[in-house]
Design a protein around this ligand. Structure first.
Ligand code: F6P
Length: 495
């Protein structure tokens, strides 16, 4: 394959002028999703040769091992079988044992009761962080149609003001709590759960659920065994949306919609595990990121949502990509000489046009972008939706094509890589398909880069040091700048 040289000098406008079919030639339609890579500095020959990279890296065998329950997370000695959580018959999945179907029915029954209002609870507080927050929050935000019989409130990082303001307007007699934590040991989650336990008082036992892979820790915390919604420990936190961690999202959008989300993800599993190397959205997303990171040497990637329903997609993908691919050693524990995870940033399209796009158009650095939208509006203002789509295309065009001007300060250099990801419509099925496709894109990249995408040892040292600093802070009668500087000084020299 003609390898892309670094600091690629291809002129995008020229490529489009030379090939009137470029947009079609460099676009993939996979089901209800279109991924348009025509504004990446790739010749059509290079684009056509991308799947060979996946074959050379042994993707087909690696995918087969993943789906067969092989130990694809060697540092923790675990498989990664989040696909089993969304299978029609999870218990039939090789290597998972019995109980998954019953676990899923249990948490969906809880969700259904909450959604319908039959529990008498008007509000549900979901407390969790990272993978125990980002996926469910995204799904809830994207698919909430206002029909739920319960309002859901999301708590993640410690924020005393937010908690006090929330509890001041809620009735403990009508409020449920979901403590979502795979480990049931995350400090931020447990501190807030303890405050909610105190606030609920005697109602805690009946109105608090735990979504966790550590049921015994949840019961030790005081949550009734009958209120524990378990999932297997081979479920990675950032892959746990499909487990009981999704119960609050299911309570908001309804069981039927959550079932459709899961079905969409299961279809992505089918396509990814059966398609040839360039026919799945997952594989094309992986090859796109591989080209941007390894060939164009871009250390950043922006995911910008031009559909407000996907406003939280960037936050979700930050963890999924950066916690999975932000590694420095390969599977043989050798230092990686080549780049891995980009820094991923994101947000809402036209908001960011009023903040960061100036730098994206004229700044000295190139930040590749993935602009995401949907052909359907999802609301009753089609004119607003057409404005969103017009901005999406306008930004993509201006970034790629640039603009000449007699005044240098008015010139746009162009040739800034921008990919477009468009849904035919955004609904639970297509959203589930998208999220599972990104999960598989991450796995495919881990194979291309020979790294373990399922562990996250890099976050442990910070947790250890925070515990030590917390004990030192707890011992202080007061805290001023001098104390602060002493703590920092000591911290750099003590064990
Ligand atoms: O960020 C580290 C991490 O372990 C994530 O992988 C995980 O999603 C998050 O913390 C929360 O962990 P838990 O679900 O165990 O509370």
């Amino acid at each position: 394959m003609p390898v892309l040289e670094k600091n690629n000098t291809l002129d995008l406008s020229k490529l489009f002028l030379e090939d009137g079919e470029r947009a079609r030639r460099l676009a993939l339609i996979d089901g209800d999703w279109l991924l348009d890579l025509s504004r990446l500095p790739l010749s059509s020959a290079q684009y056509a040769a991308l799947p060979a990279l996946a074959l050379e890296a042994g993707l087909p065998d690696a995918i087969a091992r993943l789906f067969a329950g092989a130990t694809v997370n060697p540092s923790e000695g675990r498989p990664a079988l989040h696909m089993a959580l969304r299978a029609a018959d999870p218990d039939a999945w090789p290597g998972v044992g019995k109980g998954l179907a019953a676990d899923r029915d249990r948490f969906l029954a809880v969700a259904d009761n909450l959604h319908s209002g039959r529990t008498g609870l008007t509000d549900l507080i979901h407390v969790g962080i990272g993978g125990s927050d980002l996926g469910p929050r995204l799904v809830a935000d994207a698919l909430d149609d206002g029909s739920a019989g319960v309002r859901v409130h999301w708590l993640s990082t410690l924020d005393g003001r937010r908690l006090d303001r929330l509890l001041a307007r809620l009735d403990p007699a009508r409020t449920g709590v979901v403590v979502a934590s795979k480990s049931f040991s995350t400090e931020e989650t447990l501190l807030q759960a303890a405050a909610l336990r105190d606030w609920l008082g005697v109602r805690f036992a009946d109105q608090c659920w735990a979504a966790t892979a550590m049921p015994e820790r949840a019961t030790a915390f005081g949550i009734s065994a009958s209120q524990v919604l378990p999932f297997p420990d081979w479920t990675g936190g950032r892959f746990s949306l499909w487990s009981s961690v999704g119960v609050s999202a299911a309570a908001l959008i309804g069981r039927q919609a959550f079932d459709r989300l899961v079905a969409g993800a299961a279809e992505a599993d089918r396509v990814f595990s059966s398609a040839t190397m360039n026919q799945s959205l997952a594989m094309q997303l992986a090859l796109m990121i591989h080209v941007l990171r390894r060939h164009l040497d871009a250390p950043t990637l922006g995911v910008i949502a031009y559909d407000p329903r996907l406003a939280l997609l960037g936050d979700y993908l930050q963890q999924l990509l950066m916690e999975s691919l932000g590694k420095g050693v390969d599977l043989a524990d050798q230092h990686l000489a080549l780049a891995t995870s980009p820094l991923l940033f994101g947000g809402r399209g036209t908001d960011l046009q009023h903040s960061i796009f100036q730098a994206l158009h004229q700044g000295t650095d190139t930040h590749p972008l993935l602009l995401v939208g949907s052909l359907d509006a999802g609301h009753a203002r089609p004119d607003w939706h057409r404005v969103q789509l017009a901005h999406l295309l306008a930004q993509a065009t201006a970034l790629a094509r640039g603009r000449d001007d007699s005044q240098p300060c008015r010139r746009l250099p162009g040739n800034r890589p921008v990919a477009l990801l468009l849904a035919r419509r955004l609904d639970p099925v297509t959203l589930g398909y998208l999220l599972a496709s990104f999960e598989h894109a991450v796995f495919a990249l881990s194979v291309l880069w020979n790294i373990n995408p399922f562990d996250q040892w890099g976050v442990e040292e910070g947790k250890r040091l925070a515990g030590r600093y917390r004990r030192q802070l707890d011992e202080l009668d007061s805290l001023d700048f001098d104390h602060w500087l002493q703590l920092g000084q000591r911290g750099m020299t003590e064990g």
